[in-house]
Ligand binder design. Structure first.
Ligand code: PLP
Length: 366
């Protein structure tokens, strides 16, 4: 039923590439994109790389009305030899299918999508910026396209992969951010869609983010949606605390996103012999440990920033300042090691990095 050929249609009008030092996040896109459609009769079919262009989608398409969509986010990095590298792309593609499962979207062939991603990145390799800390952000998204206003899983979908050259997340090394604990709004609840990467979770998070930004905070710390006492995530990152001689991160519970960076941090810490405890952690316990001088570091983890140290955490009238508001040694070491691996600059003991070439045969471009 599924057709696995990938056709390539090259553009004739190439876009101007932005200056490597002036890259904002997610505003510039490359010359080509990957698209693939789903219908009940044909399954996922008509996979092609085409010139980047607006989609033609029916205004009745279900995605506009009921938000049935999922996405992913990963990056391609340029190695010192000039080869494009991907960091654990199979994990992102597997998670895309986990999100699909939750949103009633038919699964995609993971091997085929990886092949298509590599083909697309190979064609666009000149778009991967080379200045320090820059990369090519890879954004797959699936939308429901059936023109129908009934509430049911769509019978038609479109998968699109676009690429965007992105700048260094931190211009002068990693800088700690100021966070507010969110007591009113919640991001996700047990039984909801928090574990899926779906647009609705982001829509639900905007209000709290907007208020926090007005009050001078970079992000909010999300508590669980039911009792509002267990720590879940920070902004759209997973969160870690160094408490005493162990590192604590909230255990996956169905409402926390299972980050690829989170897994990599846990595996790296264990590799270094640092004790990691995935468990429930309340904001009260964190504050108690803080008052006793036991919380040495706090940081978020995610593809965009990799590691984002938390300098200050405000919880109602209580203020917590970690490591004097400066980047901690563990956060710095994790950042340097993970980015070193991602850019192919240091040894990769876990084989996390995948080349776009050469083992993957590149399709003939017509
Ligand atoms: C994507 C995302 C993360 C981070 O996941 P990574 O795979 O590490 O990039 C964390 N939390 C939320 C809510 C996310 O959407």
């Amino acid at each position: 039923m599924e057709n696995r050929t990938l056709r390539v249609f090259k553009t004739t009008t190439y876009r101007e590439k932005p200056n490597s030092d002036e890259l904002a996040f997610g505003r510039t896109f490359t010359d080509h994109m990957f698209v693939m459609d789903y219908s009940e009769s044909e399954g996922w079919h008509d996979a092609k790389i085409v010139p980047y262009e607006p989609l033609k989608v029916d205004p009745a398409a279900m995605v506009f009305h009921y938000g049935q969509s999922v996405f992913e986010g990963l990056k391609a990095y340029l190695s010192p030899k000039g080869e494009p590298l991907l960091f654990r792309p199979r994990k992102n593609i597997a998670r895309l299918n986990q999100s699909n499962e939750r949103l009633c979207i038919p699964p995609i062939d993971e091997g085929f999508l990886l092949h298509a991603l590599k083909q697309l990145i190979h064609i666009e390799k000149d778009w991967i910026p080379s200045s320090e800390g820059t990369s090519l952000y890879v954004r797959p998204v699936i939308i429901s396209t059936e023109p129908f206003l009934g509430v049911a899983p769509s019978k038609q979908y479109k998968l699109v992969v676009i690429l965007s050259p992105v700048g260094a997340y931190y211009k002068e090394g990693i800088n700690p951010i100021k966070i507010a604990v969110e007591n009113e709004y919640v991001r996700a609840v047990r039984g909801g869609t928090g574990e899926a990467k779906t647009g609705g979770n982001y829509a639900a998070s905007l209000k709290a983010q907007e208020i926090a930004a007005k009050d001078g905070y970079s992000q909010v710390l999300w508590l669980d949606g039911i009792e509002k006492k267990y720590i879940e995530e920070v902004g759209s990152m997973n969160v870690f605390f160094k408490i005493g001689d162990e590192v604590v991160t909230p255990q996956l519970n169905g409402s926390i996103l299972n980050g690829v960076t989170r897994s990599s941090v846990i595996e790296m810490l264990e590799h270094w012999g640092v004790m990691v405890n995935e468990r429930k952690l309340t904001i009260e316990e964190l504050y108690y440990e803080y008052q006793n001088g036991n919380v040495q570091e706090a940081f978020g983890s995610g593809t965009a920033a990799v590691i984002s140290p938390i300098g200050q955490l405000d919880w109602n009238e209580h203020q917590m300042v970690f490591n004097g508001g400066k980047t901690g040694t563990l956060a710095k070491k994790l950042y340097d090691t993970l980015t070193g691996i991602q850019y192919g600059q240091i040894d990769d003991p876990f084989n996390w990095v995948e080349k776009v070439l050469p083992e993957e045969k590149i399709d003939k471009v017509g």
